[in-house]
Design a protein around this ligand. Sequence first.
Ligand code: CP
Length: 341
Amino acid sequence: MIATATGPHHLQLTREGQLRHFLTLDGLGRELLTDILDTADSFIEVGERTIKKVPLLRGRTVVNLFFESSTRTRSTFELAAKRLSADVLNLDISTSATSKGESLADTLYNLEAMASDMFVVRHAQSGAPHFIAESVTPKVAIINAGDGRHAHPTQAMLDMLTIRQHKKTFAGLKVAIVGDVLHSRVARSQIRALNELGVAEVRVIAPGTLLPRDVEALGCTVEYDMMRGMKDLDVVIMLRLQKERMEGALLPSEGEFYRLYGLDRAKLALAKPDCIVMHPGPINRGVEIESAVADGPQSVILNQVTNGIAIRMAVMSMAMGGQLAERQQALNDIAKQEVRS
Ligand code: CP
């Protein structure tokens, strides 16, 4: 599990290149991403057993801290931690002392005082998990479960696992991400992962109002016409319209958006016949995807959900290993200094 990393993202790796936090895919090389996928592959079999447990995190305490709503990510992190035999605490933010004015930092200091080993954090503010890892609770492993528009690294990795299962290799693949790229942390992490793993092309398909400025700089080509954009695709990833993050009118109407950018059977027929259909969820049927496509033979949407457990088991076990190694290294360093003085 050796990796190389440079720059500010170095925070999430130990000196030996092991994961100690999982905040972003930026700065993580192909070797580490492949290591995560291979580790997840080994956990898939655990989910098929009668007794779905391995003792890797026995005695460790994982706290799920979801400051934003979630179905898939929260449930699969909880199941992943339990399958690793960790003790899991799901803090209900709506009934926690944050509703009495306690700051995020104070909440985390208190949870850290309960000898927690790992926080899984979803937050509406971009950068919140990074801030927590750097300055609030550096001794606890922090796993980003989605922060603002910034990143959703475990979602991107479960998507990569699903693509690899169906296509065997990333080389030569043409992948499109369609819809509300502007507000999507998932799209940003997917573009990063797809490029690092070596696909031939990442294409975003959307109206200009739903694309970030300089989107090409993220590592993708742009197509405004979905009929043209579907050509030659191996993988199409649909995104939800994130109306809760939209300020002002970015679309004429949902009906017009569906007509131009909704994935229906006619548009899907323009892609390669074995093109797979993906969506991180939650899906909005009749808004960005037709039910017959979401439930159809090319859809791998529920495979993505199942793979979320294995990927999260992989990331949590790898980060815990790195966190423990880092603490041991710090103790060794202190002992060496004491001997010298
Ligand atoms: N894909 C995803 O993040 O879904 P949830 O919001 O349900 O976790």
